[in-house]
Design a protein around this ligand. Structure first.
Ligand code: ADP
Ligand code: MG
Ligand code: MG
Length: 898
């Protein structure tokens, strides 16, 4: 099996399907080459070699691939008509990382490799451009020194030795930009850089191009295990054994003068999804200059420039007027680029994020990938591609990442509050959303406040963790493709970039706008959709399911087989869920209703009563309250099934534990404080979660079940009278034996019959059970003979199957995950292997006696994508999840069925 794959000159050994082996970048470079896009020739060393390198080390790895690499370099030389390491006609190369998924800026790349003191002179002569040759050389030493020789600062407090030298020289020469260095300056820089390398590493900078090449290749492999990459991998759950590929490619030069440049572009707007070609570029620049914010980039399109000009009114950089778009400046190049972006989007049938370089009037494409985008853009792009006929309905649904929908379900600024808002400045709307929080100036301090807004001149890859913690990101510099903007969009985090009116002082931790000063800890708000920066806190409102989002959901319901219900305890939650498309309620926790101030008293009286009579009296007080609750919920869910669970938690949770409240209760009930205290300690349990709770309550205090059943059925009949259709389903919790269920069922049915008799009316209802005790799963066939439905309570089922107390697992689960004892938290993601067996057994045994037995799930897992998919695979009729997860579950239900 080859370890090296070539590309270039309209052909390639690999293609875009080989991402696992060639990495995303390599696979797409191969594909582009094959379809005739001009990419500089090169080759990809496979991810397998990265794995081999991690075992064998450098020397053995070089031996493994030396021959193939040498042949492939020769191939580049032939195509480019220049020679690697040659003094008169040198070929320079880039050595680029590239994992199977894109990890922007997380790994390393070295440009202009192959230069030394002799080659640089040859390059200058050959191109007749000393400025360019020496600029390339100083860039090379800087990058190679940082990436391969370990001179990149570890933390932001350390100084980058190369930057320091450059800053010094700029100061001395009274210049601001890298492009202003003279040839002499650049030569001085090279000299000083090499000196710094010698001082720091104790070795001379390597002059042999081959030595340089092997050093860079291994450094790229190493960058897969760098801190930044590891953090990013963990954040996304990418396994360590994927490794990275290495792409070696002929250099093309954007730094040859005013007829050269480099840029980044998107086939559609990555923030909003709007179908407009957009991007940024810099004249006479190379590589990361655009992203790194070295200079303020210019817009690719005229439209982009116009939009920017509007924003620039308040931006002192004044970029729009002074810097024309590529479309205006180099119309021929722009047309060519526009052609390629069309071809590539049609070819990949998705929004593309591309890198290009213009070398002396010739356009080269250096990278394309499916662009990272916000949740809003993801939804719009999928629906637009569908409408444009580029993809079909199923493909559109599969393009939507379930968890990314979450972004669309977060609160947005209240339009009324926005009208009153004090907008202090405006920047670029780099990533939409609403964020309110306290100002922090350093990524390391993002966790200082519960809600923080990270305010930076610009961000860098080291800031990743802090950016992830912050609620929003604000930068004074950088464009729409700056590091902050790209990363924030990937995270779905609100971000405003390039707000030139902000003056940020890290030392004094102040942000100054006009004459106003803001400090660390002051509240600000960001509107990522408009770029408005607002003083103070701004109120938010719940989002709505509308526009393309609603269209996606409609489409999901067309393909989804498994229904999605919601867990809701109040009419308000039920309404929210219904607006998100819930098809019923899978779990109403009745106990939550008892915690309200006016009810807890009656509840406590019921618990404290020593006699059945006393309990019934207190329950009588609770009945009308419960009935009213149920009426509200039934009404909100008109026409849909509503599953109500009978009282579940241990009674101990309801009694007062503070002396003052105990006294109050004693007075109210005309009993002694001691009596209250005695009762409280009597109710105490060693293991409440395995104690007197669930149907064990209903079976010891049947009058509770009676009251709750009565409340449910009376509510239903009341609504029936008003013409509202309701479908109650009464659910018995924590059943482990058939008898436990039978006893409860009897009470429920006889109470129901009594109610029907009294009212001279009746209504259809179901009586079912939760399956959450492992024994119930095993006895499922016997239970199913009696029960109308099953609902898996996977929180308790997981707790009891693992024997992990849900409330104590926080102490050891994180360590278990870190040590690899568990892959994920089983309370978040269903343990298909173990708990799943019980679910499957219960489903099979239940349906063996009742083939149409209705089965659902009401644990937290009901809104977690991989668990929802699993529920579909075992044949459940529905999942039930919290209101805000409903759209996500609907989507996954459809994706699972496709
Ligand atoms: P990343 O994965 O972090 O984007 P890349 O490997 O894409 O890193 O390279 C970093 C920068 O260097 C990009 O802007 C890219 O366009 C540029 N670059 C890479 N290879 C070449 C090359 N052969 N010629 C010119 N520029 C290059
Ligand atoms: Mg790149
Ligand atoms: Mg339970």
């Amino acid at each position: 099996k080859p370890r090296v794959y070539r590309f270039g000159n309209k052909s390639a050994d690999g293609d875009s399907k080989m991402k696992n082996l060639l990495g995303g970048k390599g696979a797409n470079l191969a594909e582009m080459s094959t379809i005739g896009i001009p990419v500089p020739p090169g080759f990809t060393i496979t991810t397998d070699v990265c794995t081999e390198y991690n075992i064998l080390g450098k020397d053995a790895t070089v031996d493994l691939i030396k021959e193939e690499v040498e042949k492939s370099i020769l191939n580049i030389e032939t195509q480019m008509g220049s020679v690697f390491g040659d003094k008169d006609n040198p070929l320079l190369i880039s050595v680029r990382s590239g994992a199977r998924v894109s990890m922007p800026g997380m790994m390393d790349t070295v440009l202009n490799l192959g230069l030394n003191d002799e080659v640089v002179i040859g390059l200058a002569k050959r191109t007749n451009n000393d400025q360019f040759a020496w600029d390339s050389y100083r860039r090379f030493i800087q990058m190679y020194g940082g990436v391969v020789l370990g001179m990149k600062p570890e933390s932001k407090d350390d100084i980058d030795p190369f930057e320091e030298i450059m800053e010094h020289l700029k100061e001395k020469r009274g210049i601001h930009l890298d492009t202003e260095f003279s040839i002499q300056d650049l030569q001085d820089l090279v000299y000083d850089f090499k000196d710094a390398v010698k001082k720091r590493t104790g070795h001379d900078f390597p002059t042999n191009p081959w030595e340089q090449l092997w050093g860079a290749v291994m450094a790229v492999f190493d960058s897969w295990n760098g801190n930044r990459a590891i953090y990013y991998r963990n954040m996304h759950g990418y396994p360590a054994d994927w490794g990275t590929a290495v792409n070696v490619q002929a250099m093309v030069y954007g730094n040859m003068g005013d007829n050269s440049g480099t840029g980044v572009c998107f086939t559609r707007d990555a923030g909003t999804g709007e179908n407009v070609f957009n991007g940024e570029y810099l004249i006479n620049a190379q590589g990361e200059d655009v992203v790194a914010g070295v200079r303020t980039p210019q817009q690719i399109t005229k439209l982009g420039s116009q939009r920017w000009a509007e924003l620039a009114k308040i931006d002192e950089v004044g970029r729009a007027e002074n810097y024309p778009s590529l479309e205006e400046l180099m119309p021929k190049i722009f047309n060519e680029l526009n052609g390629y972006q069309n071809i590539l989007e049609k070819h990949y049938r998705d929004m593309q994020d591309m890198e290009f370089t213009i070398q002396d009037g010739k356009l080269w494409i250096l990278q394309t990938r499916n662009g990272k985008r916000t949740g809003a853009a993801m939804v719009k792009i999928a629906m637009d591609l569908l409408k444009e006929g580029m993809i079909n309905e199923k493909e559109a649904l599969l393009k939507i990442e379930p968890n990314k929908l979450d972004e669309l379900l977060h609160p947005i600024f209240d339009p009324k509050a926005l009208k009153r808002a004090n907008v202090i400045a405006q920047g670029l709307p780099a990533s939409p959303g609403a964020a309110t929080g306290k100002i922090v100036f350093f990524a390391e301090e993002a966790n200082k406040y519960k809600n923080s807004i990270l305010v930076r001149i610009e961000t860098s890859p080291e800031d990743l963790e802090g950016m992830n913690i912050a609620k929003g990101i604000l930068t004074a510099r950088g464009g729409m493709t700056s590091h902050a903007a790209v990363v924030a969009r990937g995270m779905g985090k609100c971000c405003i970039s390039g707000a030139g009116a902000l003056k940020i002082n890290y030392k004094t931790k102040t942000l100054t706008v006009d004459d106003h000063e803001y400090h660390d800890g002051d509240w600000i708000s960001l509107n990522g959709s408009t770029g408005n920066i607002i003083e103070g806190k701004v109120a938010t409102v719940e989002p709505e399911l509308s526009g393309e989002f609603a269209e996606v959901m409609e489409l999901a319901d067309k393909y989804g087989v498994m229904k999605v219900r919601t867990n809701a305890d109040t009419p308000k939650d039920a309404k929210v869920a219904r607006n998100f498309g819930a098809q019923g309620i899978g779990l109403t926790r009745t106990e939550h209703m008892f915690f309200e101030v006016d009810r807890i008293k009656a509840m406590r009286e019921m618990i404290l009563a020593d006699t059945v009579k006393g309990r019934k009296q207190a329950l009588e007080e609770l009945l009308p309250m419960q009935r009213a609750d149920f009426e509200g919920i039934f009404e909100a869910m008109e026409g849909l099934s509503v599953t109500i669970r009978l009282l579940d938690p241990p009674l101990h949770e309801f009694v007062p534990h503070q002396l003052a409240t105990q006294k109050e209760l004693a007075d109210d009930m005309h009993i002694s404080l001691q009596a209250v205290k005695n009762k409280v300690s009597e109710l105490e349990e060693f293991n409440p979660m395995l104690g007197h709770r669930g149907c064990r309550l209903g079976n010891t205090y049947p009058e509770i079940t009676e009251m709750q059943t009565r409340a449910i059925l009376e509510a239903a009949l009341n609504l029936k009278e008003r013409g509202v259709i309701c479908k109650p389903e009464i659910m018995v919790p924590l059943v482990g034996t058939v008898k436990e269920f039978e006893m409860q069922e009897q009470i429920i049915r006889s109470t129901t019959n009594a109610v029907f008799e009294e009212r001279k009316d009746s209504i259809e209802y179901l009586v079912g059970t939760m399956i959450e005790v492992p024994r119930a799963a095993l006895m499922a066939d016997l239970i199913a003979e009696k029960a109308d439905f099953f609902s898996f309570g996977t929180n308790d089922l997981t707790q009891m199957t693992f024997g992990y107390s849900r409330d104590d697992a926080g102490k050891f689960l994180p360590i278990y995950i870190e040590k690899g004892i568990l892959k994920v938290d089983p309370f978040e993601v269903i343990d298909q292997e173990g708990v799943g067996q019980l679910i499957e057994i219960a489903t099979q045994r239940g349906r063996s006696v009742k083939p149409n037995l209705k089965i659902g799930i009401c644990g937290e897992h009901g809104g977690e994508p991989s668990s929802v998919e699993y529920c579909y695979s075992v044949g459940m009729n529905y999942v039930s999840c919290s209101p805000f997860r409903v759209p996500i579950a609907r989507l996954v239900s459809a994706q699972a069925a496709i």
